[in-house]
Design a protein around this ligand. Structure first.
Ligand SMILES: *Cc1c(COP(=O)(O)O)cnc(C)c1O
Length: 346
């Protein structure tokens, strides 16, 4: 049996030998005193790359979003967010649990955006009956889909006109940027981030670092976010060993995200014409397969069929999710396609 092909998520990527070397070489200090040179270098690097004054290194994307929402909003305030957004649905209610911040979730349009009219309608007037609406939080990519630049511009302008702050959950910002054929990934990431007051980015997904995310914003915003991080128990010490992995990822793993996108495309093209399979062409590194026409339990049966052949995929909302990343190569994807076709022939 070959090694397992793990398509459950791009979080499963392992550090490369070169990344381990960078971690071992990293100069470190006590980051809670602001004295870890590698953390400081990473924070300056990502802030500069995305066009912000300051950045803060944190242990996870969830913590980056928590610090962002609590630095933008006070108790009893609310943030407008998508029903399927990570910082509403997938973060254990942290903003409410720790910050007393109320989400105002909105349904997504077909393309993953939040309709401008729905945002405008959800912003509460200044009236003692209502929570104060403080923040619009968007996500890019969302389920692997990219929000168009014109939409990001219009939505953030609308938010600003109503005095709201804006946050982007950019866990996969560099995947969104890679999908933008008009610019280099780093230039595109900067342009996308430029619409927002704050942006979070994950190093631990497609970028392949073992741990870590960054939150970027103004110096005053990051100072508030650092207090939240401290209260959440997230201030670290010799975190430079982790920051070194993130720096290595920014140097060596951004441009190669295009390969993940090509492999996702190969997966999609290999199965999209099979009877009973509904799939949308992937814009980045995530393929969803909807098998409802073949009956309720088909997705579960296919997941088990794949697992028996050493292939792991996720089940989300009754669909199979296949995520490509740097630890899966073309041979792995071809193996997955063989196993998928074998099942779908039935
Ligand atoms: C993965 C992810 C996060 C953060 O996840 P952690 O596991 O906490 O690092 C946040 N937002 C989105 C959109 C994500 O995909």
């Amino acid at each position: 049996m070959n090694a397992c092909v793990d398509l459950r998520s791009d979080t499963v990527t392992r550090p490369t030998a070169a990344m381990y070397e960078a971690m071992q070489r990293a100069p470190v200090g006590d980051d809670t005193y602001g004295e870890d040179p590698t953390v400081n270098a990473l924070q300056a690097r990502i802030a500069g790359m995305l066009g912000f004054e300051a950045a803060m290194f944190v242990s996870s994307g969830t913590q980056a979003n928590l610090c962002a929402v609590l630095a933008h909003c006070g108790r009893g305030d609310e943030y407008i967010v998508g029903q399927m957004a990570h910082c509403y649905r997938w973060e254990a209610g942290g903003a409410a649990m720790f910050g007393g911040v109320q989400p105002q979730p909105l349904e997504h349009a077909e393309d993953g955006s939040l309709p401008l009219a729905a945002i405008a309608e959800a912003i509460k007037p200044d009236n003692e009956h209502f929570a104060v609406t403080r923040l619009l939080a968007l996500e890019n990519t969302l389920g692997g889909r990219c929000l168009p630049d014109a939409y990001l511009s219009a939505a953030t302008v609308l938010a600003r006109q109503h005095g709201l702050s804006t946050h982007l959950d950019g866990a996969r910002l560099f995947n969104a940027a890679t999908a933008d054929a008009a610019a280099s990934p780093k230039a595109a990431a900067r342009r996308i981030a430029g619409h927002f007051d704050s942006v979070s980015v994950c190093f631990s997904k497609g970028l392949g670092a073992p741990v870590g995310s960054a939150l970027c914003g103004s110096a005053a915003f990051i100072a508030r976010a650092r207090r939240v991080r401290k209260a959440a128990g997230g201030a670290m010490r010799q975190a430079g060993v982790l920051a070194a992995a993130a720096l290595h990822a920014l140097d060596h793993h951004v441009e190669r995200l295009a390969e993940d996108h090509q492999l996702a495309r190969l997966l999609y093209e290999g199965v999209c014409d099979r009877p009973g399979v509904r799939a949308q062409a992937p814009q980045t590194n995530i393929v969803f397969l909807d098998l409802v026409e073949r009956g309720q339990d088909t997705a579960r049966a296919l997941q088990q069929h794949l697992q028996a052949r050493g292939i792991l995929v996720s089940m989300l909302y009754g669909q199979l999710r296949l995520v490509t990343h740097r630890d899966v190569d073309e041979a792995g994807v071809l193996r997955v396609l063989d196993a998928l076709r074998e099942f779908l022939r039935r």
